[in-house]
Structures are given as C-alpha cells and as structure tokens.
Design a protein around this ligand. Structure first.
Ligand code: DQQ
Length: 649
C-alpha cells in the first residue's frame, strides 16, 4: 500500500482549565436527589445564589429536553447524592466512573492518608506517570519493541480529553513512556481520539485505525500511520488527509459505531476489519473490506449480532489453533483453526468471548454453542477487566491479551492520588483444548523475571474452619501459586444438595460455610485480619452427584474504608477428571489478578486496604468448609518492581 504524504501530527494545546475537573457540578433537573443534596450541603446558601442555581438548572433542563426529543431518552449524567458524576455516557461511550462505590461517594470520604494512597500505586503493572488511562489500543511488536498505546487524559485523573498515550518495552515488564502518539487536532476527532487497533502489513507498513469522536460527537473511523518507518520507537504519527475513512452505516446512530479491529487478510488478498455497533438493543459487528486502507466497502449483513446485548465496544476477532500451543497471526484461517469473537458490553462493562466458526464467504461468525454466545456466555474475567484487545506477537509466536483495569474506589480518591487505572499484566491466550469452550489466559512468562527468592509451603493440612498464616514478610508485591486437594472421603460422604445453586456473588462469600468450601488464600490481610481479600474455591454436589466448582473473590472485608467497592464475585470453573484445584495470584498493591485451573477462569480485583499495607500485607491459607479438610501446597515469590521510565523525547 502506498500511503500518501500528510502533515505530521502537531502538538495539542489545551485551552480548558484542568482544575475544572474538581469543580462540583449541579446536575439534577429539579427536585429529587439533586435538590436534597443541595439542601443538606448548603443551608448557608443565599437566596440570590439559590435563584442563580435554579436558573442554571432550568437552562440545563431545557437543553436536556431538546436533546431528548431529538435523540430519544437521554443518557443519565447526574450526581444524585450517592453517585459520582457520570463520565463517558453523555459523550456516547460506556460509563467511565465507578458507579458501584458503597456508601456515600459525595458524603465525607474516608480519611485517606498520603501513606495509604501512595501504597496503592503498583510496582509491576503498566501505568502512566500520572492522570487517567483507559482502553489498551493498537498493541504490536515492531523492530524489537512491544508498542503499547492507551486511552489517556493528559489533563487529569478522570476520563476526558482523550489522546493516545504511548510506551515501549522489550519484554512486557520494563517500559519507557514516549510522547503521546495521537491527539485531537482535527474536526473528525476533536472530541477525542478513541480506541483502535494496529495492523502490520506484509510490505512493512504499519496501519492504525481509530475512532474519532468528531466536533459533533459522531463516531468516525480514521487512518494514521508512522511518519518514519525506520524509527523503531514510532514516535511520530501522521493522520491520513482523506480522513474520516468510514462513517456510521445508514440507520445507525452516530454515537453507536466505534473501535475498529486489527485487519485480517482473506484468501483473495483483500483486508477486512470489523466495527462494533448496535441497532435497538441488538449488539452487532459490521465488516468492511479494503485493498488500500483508504477506501472501504461495507459487506452485506453483519459478522454477528446478539439481541438484548446493547452496544458492542472494542470488538476483537482472532483465530486460535485447536491442536497447537502457538498463537496465530490474525489472518490465519482454514483447517485446525477456530475463531474467537470478543465484545465489551457497554451496558455492564464486562468482556465476553465465545469460540466459533468464521465463514469468510458468507461474512458470518457462528458460535459453537449458542448458549455461550458473546455477551451472554463466558467472560475473560469475572472481576474488573474491560475494553480488552489482543495482538499477535510475531517475536514469540503467541497471542497476547491486554485489558483495562479501572479503579473501584471513589473518583475523589483518584483525584487525590493523581492517577486512575492500570493495565492487566499482558496475558498469553490459547484455546483450552480440553474444554474447547474456554480460553486459557496466563501472565506472560517474562513477568517471572521479577520473582525474588520464593518460599515453599508443602502439603499443609488445613482443617475445616482453620486459618493458617504463611510466614512471608510484606506481600504487597507477590506471585503466589497454590494447589489444593480436598479430602476424598469427605467429598464422597457429603450429602447431595439438589437445590443448592451456588453463586459467588450471592451465596455469602468467604465467611459463609458450606460442606465443601469455601477454602483458599487470603491476600492483603493484616496480621489480625481486620482486612483481608479472599480468593477461594467452593465445591457443590449436584443432584446427579457430580461436583461443581466455583472460583470467587470476596472483597467485603478488603478495606475499613466505606468509599470503595467491596463486591464478592467469581464464576464456575470447569475442573476436569484428574485435575487438582489450582490457582495463581499476582498481588501488586491495589490490584490482584487471579487465575484458576491454568487460566480457564480469571478474576481481577482492585482493593484499597487501610491497614493491610506495606509490612502489614500478609498471606493466609483458610478453609471454611464444615465437612472437609484440604491439603494445600503453596509457593510465594516476592516480586521486584518493574522499571518504568519517563521518555527522553
Ligand atoms: N473507550 C473509548 C471508546 C470505547 C470505550 C473511549 C470503551 O472508543 O468504546 O475512551 O471503554
């Protein structure tokens, strides 16, 4: 492809006052929560100010009414007492604030100290030096460097003013930050340079396709490419002068069309991409074909659609091998290949995938099992993990998954910290050839280079009801692997519980005792366990006598603070004949990434302890089953910190 000359992207000059992010906004249209909130806070407010406020609210309401009558029901962007300001939704993307904070996010916050907040920053996860980050964008391996781009707000610790941050690494562990790569400097991306993907072409060209939110908040797809292909750092980027290259298809609302994928090549030598959307409540992925990345043809039909799933963000579409342990390049197709589709559901902010078959002629992808269809079946992660993206690492022949891990504390705390969000440890992704339905996610092997001297705890019998401290100092940064064997006689003797529908989220967490669980590990626990975060298994016996295993986390006692999310979550995990129960946990200050059964099920949590920090962050084994002891073997490595350097550019 010959990409035409164009202007090199110039620096982006902000004109807004960044302090405006901290300005409390008056949001509600009349009465309700907003009125109450205003009243309780401001008995001292003078009549004049009250009248002025009323006027502002009325004008806002008229504006909202006009918007509503034009576009149907308006999205909620209110702060009604317990809820923080809504970010993202009014602009036409998924919610970018944590709406699940327990307690009153606008009330008196927990008295966080600098010491506590400083502890929350991670030691070996990817983070910008400061400010807000969200989706991973355009990951690729180029001339000896892993490139990582990300949605970034250079002006504050909340979502807004989105540009593409950029960093490089030789090993996925140590990173160097580079200048931002793409900034909103054109009418078609004035409102933000949103998510997109990179494609490496066989002739050495590098293509980035991204969504621009235009001056009118229309979601338009755009092309960018490196200014200098001989620069391995790819510091300067050029926007194609013919942008935008694709607009929303007929009948699709302008704010429902975004996040182009990496392109794949068909046997005819043409390139295809897919872009997520929705029609009514049906999530859908449109496919475009191109030969030169400048002109595109919308193919008839859709790659796939699922009623009731709402807007599909950050669609990902890639092949996996059914018989080898290698990842596949995105264009690979044919015998021995299945295709995975992943969608990020705008409505619930979870990433769902499904394994299926791609018919390139019919331009359709069909899930192997409709019950596991995208948006209704299996998730990459049962905790906090969103807007993920994979790429093929041609250096090591593997597919790598990145996911955005948002905060689950209050926005006020994020502003105090001066940063928000981390990225998952990149995960190697393979089809689980044993189940055929699941993918196996595993932290890239390079991360093991940070392991310091490990300590083994072998064959420890954990009796029913026991909690056993593991003698390791300070586990704020740790890699933990554990295996559990449940007493077989007890399993056989346990009564079938035909009506027991165990569910991590609603069945009571780590303190709720059942015959065969919960048992597992407590991390980020202080010596007296006034704070603790559990990762545990729970086994239930079904009416057929078979065992069903769940892998869960319980954050309900993770922090003394009231203004953080403390949900309990998890999912069933397939455990096959002859397999021991196993888990791996990466603890890195406020993020805990956990993988069960070799990565068949994973759970990522954000936790914000107030006491279980620094040298008080300990690890325990526990068994809260009533009828069975478990034999546990655990290895714990303290983890070194990664070096994350500022750019010299
Ligand atoms: N984030 C981007 C969008 C995408 C969303 C905006 C997902 O392109 O749909 O920051 O988090």
């Amino acid at each position: 492809m010959a990409v035409p000359e164009a202007t090199v992207v110039v620096a982006y000059h902000r004109i807004e006052d960044p302090s405006s992010y901290n300005t409390p906004l008056l949001h509600n249209c009349g009465g309700g929560g907003g009125g109450g909130n205003l009243r309780s806070r401001g008995r001292w407010v003078t009549t004049t100010i009250a009248l002025a406020c009323l006027l502002i609210v009325s004008v806002a309401c008229i504006g909202l009414f006009t918007f509503t009558s034009k576009h149907g029901p308006a999205t909620v962007h209110v702060s009604n007492g317990a809820m923080p300001v809504s970010r993202g939704r009014p602009e036409g993307v998924s919610e970018k604030t944590n709406r699940l904070v327990v307690g009153d996010a606008n009330g008196p916050p927990y008295p966080w100290t600098n010491n506590m907040l400083t502890w929350q920053r991670t030691g070996f996860h990817f983070q910008p030096e400061k400010n807000w980050m969200n989706d991973p964008n355009g990951p690729m391996y180029y001339k000896g460097f892993y490139h990582f781009f990300y949605q970034y707000n250079p002006n504050g610790a909340v979502w807004g003013d989105i540009v593409w941050g950029h960093a490089v690494s030789k090993d996925f562990v140590h990173w160097t930050h580079l200048p931002v790569a793409l900034v909103p400097d054109q009418w078609y991306d004035q409102n933000g340079v949103w998510s997109g993907s990179a494609t490496l072409l066989p002739d050495g060209q590098v293509i980035i396709l991204y969504t621009g939110s235009s001056n009118e908040s229309a979601q338009l797809q755009n092309l960018a490419y490196p200014a200098n292909l001989s620069d391995p750092l790819l510091v300067d980027w050029v926007k194609y002068p013919g942008n935008p290259i694709i607009g929303p298809p007929k009948g699709i609302y302008k704010k429902d069309f975004r996040d182009p994928t990496t392109a794949w090549r068909t046997s005819e030598g043409k390139w295809r991409i897919t872009v997520g959307s929705k029609a009514g409540r049906t999530g859908a992925a449109f496919v475009y074909e191109t030969e030169d990345f400048k002109t595109y043809r919308l193919l008839p039909g859709v790659l796939h659609a699922v009623p009731g799933t709402g807007m599909w963000e950050c669609v990902d579409f890639f092949p996996v091998s059914i018989n080898s342990k290698n990842g596949l390049d995105t264009s690979t197709n044919g015998k021995g290949v299945k295709h995975v589709m992943k969608v990020s559901l705008d409505d619930d902010r979870h990433d769902y995938y499904s394994v299926g078959t791609y018919d390139v002629i019919a331009n359709t992808w069909t899930p192997d099992n409709p019950q596991n269809d995208v948006g209704i079946g299996i998730r990459y992660d049962y905790g906090v993990f969103y807007a993920s993206k994979t790429f093929y690492d041609q250096k090591k022949g593997r597919r790598i998954l990145w996911g955005w891990i948002s905060e689950s504390d209050s926005e006020k705390s994020d502003v105090l910290k001066g940063w928000a969000s981390v990225q998952s440890i990149p995960r190697t992704l393979l089809l689980d050839q044993k189940t055929g339905t699941h993918l196996l996610q595993w932290p890239v092997e390079e991360i093991e280079s940070l392991r310091l001297d490990g300590k083994d705890f072998n064959n420890i019998k954990v009796e029913a009801g026991a909690v056993i401290p593991l003698d390791v100092e300070s586990s704020s940064q740790a890699d933990v692997v554990a295996e559990f064997e449940v007493d077989k006689a007890a399993v056989e003797a346990v009564e079938v519980s035909p009506n027991e529908e165990f569910n991590c989220a609603s069945s009571g967490g780590a303190s709720q005792r059942g015959s065969l669980g919960p048992f597992g590990i407590l991390v980020l626990a202080d010596p007296s366990r006034s704070e603790q975060t559990s990762l545990h298994f729970y086994i239930s016996k079904t009416s057929s006598g078979s065992l069903k295993t769940s892998f869960c986390t319980d954050q309900s006692r993770s922090s003394q603070a009231s203004d953080v999310n403390k949900q309990i979550y998890g999912s069933f995990v397939p455990v096959l004949q002859g397999e021991k129960l196993s888990m791996r946990i990466l603890v890195d200050h406020s993020i805990v990434e956990a993988f069960a059964q070799g990565g068949r099920t994973s759970i990522t949590s954000r936790v914000y302890p107030t006491r279980a920090i620094y040298h008080n962050a300990r690890i325990f084994l526990f068994n809260n089953a009533t009828d069975a002891s478990v034999l546990a073997s655990v290895k714990i490595w303290p983890m070194n910190s990664a070096s994350i350097q500022a750019s010299s550019h």
